[in-house]
Structures are given as structure tokens and as C-alpha cells.
Design a protein around this ligand. Sequence first.
Ligand code: SIN
Length: 285
Amino acid sequence: MTTLALKVTPNADGFGAEIRSVDLSRPLPPGVLHDVKAAFAAHGVVWFPDQPLTHDQLEAFTLQLGAFGWDPYVKPMEDRPHILEVRRDADETASVFGGTWHSDWSFQETPPAITILHAKIVPPVGGDTLYADGVRAWEALSPTFQAMIAPLRSVHSAAGPYGSKGFYAQEKGRTGMTILPSVEAEKAYTHPLVRTHPVTGRKALFVNPVYTVGIEGMTEAEGKALLAFLFKHMTDERFVYRHRWAANMLTMWDNRCCLHNATGGYDGHTRVMHRTTVAGDAPRP
Ligand code: SIN
């Protein structure tokens, strides 16, 4: 199945890779799709420069990777229920959407496997996205610490950002996007703290500071202390890749094994991205 068509250029540490010599606007031949999936499994984050895509083409590319995920609490584009416009206007005073380390919708019973972001308007300064490799973060822990945390389950909830009294319900000054806070967001799910990737079989830490609110069976103070250690460890610069965007670049990341964090630094400029997700399965230890 493998083709020699793709040009894959990984980062030096293997986390993140650029892919060229492929046209995402058309259905990918089976061998090329196979190789894109293989590069994605190997590198966790992949980006494709110079891919002008219509909404239909973005949706069609997404569906080659799997069914659409469920994207709650953000109003989608008109007539495009599966595309979110991640937009911040030049004169906007609201926070940067996605501007804290997280894994998308990790509070869902089956969080999305993949997020795809297509750059439409990229500011001349700032607006990078940071990615953190949860696999190497796991592998860097001592065997003793790994054995201690491997059986744990963590509690995930969207109440903090999207609850009826959460961050977005209180925030003012957002013009580029419509956030839809809800009591639904106050539900919680538990997931294994260490997750085995269904494709690669590799283990990764699966907690994040936006949605992970505690550890099952621990007191609040114990859970917070352990999570604070893990959040700091996972986002250590050894495991982080800073991604610089260009218009028409499509980037996709694996929510099962990495965190991401949208940076600001572009006040006075507009930034517009179109985002889809691919459904995932229930995390397993
Ligand atoms: C997100 O968290 O999906 C937004 C990422 C970005 O805008 O760079």
C-alpha cells in the first residue's frame, strides 16, 4: 500500500512533521491515505502547507479519516454543523480561544481522536499553537512513578470553561465566535490517567489543565497536587513544539496523545481558522 509520493519532514525529535507533495482538495488514493495516517501515527502532529480548501473539501478530507466528532458549546458556521470558525477579530478584547493547555473535548465519553485546523487568515505576528507530546512525557517518568499512576482514573468536566456559571458565561468582549455555555457542561466523566493509543499501542499521559478536575478516589487536595505535577511535567519545554502558521496550511493533531495551546500576541490583527474533529473511541488504559 505504501507509496513514495509523500514528502514527510519530521522535527528533529520526531514530534511533529511537515507533509508535502499531496493535494488534500481531492480524495486521497488509498496508498497516499495510508501513508498520511502512518505519518500522523508516527509524529502526533502533521501539517500540510499550501492547501487552499473549500468548506466541502475540508469536510471531505476530514471524513477520509473517520466520522465527524461532536463539537458542543461553540456555535458552528452557518449551514456547516461540523465546521467551527475559530476567529479572533483585530479589535477583540476577549481571551484567545483554546489559550490554555488542553486536549479537545476530553470531558466527553468518547473524545475526538483528531482535530483538524485549516488556516484562513494568519496574523503577521503571534498566533502560534504549542503542542506537547504526552508519549515522551509518560516515557520520561521513572518506572516507580509510572507504576504508581498507571492504574489511576482522572475526572474530566467542561464546567470550568463552558458551565452555566463558567469562564465563558462571564467573559465579555468576544466578537469573533459565539460560545454556548450550558448546564450540560457540568457533567463529569472519568478516563484512565494513562491512555494506550489504539493505533500505535504507545502509552501517553491523558490529563489537561482545562478539563481534568480531579483523580478518582483521592481528596481534592491530593488530586490537585498530583495533577499540578503532571501538568508542569507534560508541558516541559523538552516535550513542546511551537507551530507557526501560514495561510492555507492544514494542521491535524492527535488528541489521544498530545496537548495543545493557542498563543496570542496578535492584538490588532485578525486570525481565522476553520476546525473539524474526527470521532474517537473511549480511552482505554
Ligand atoms: C483550539 O484549541 O482548537 C484552537 C487552536 C488554535 O487556534 O491554534
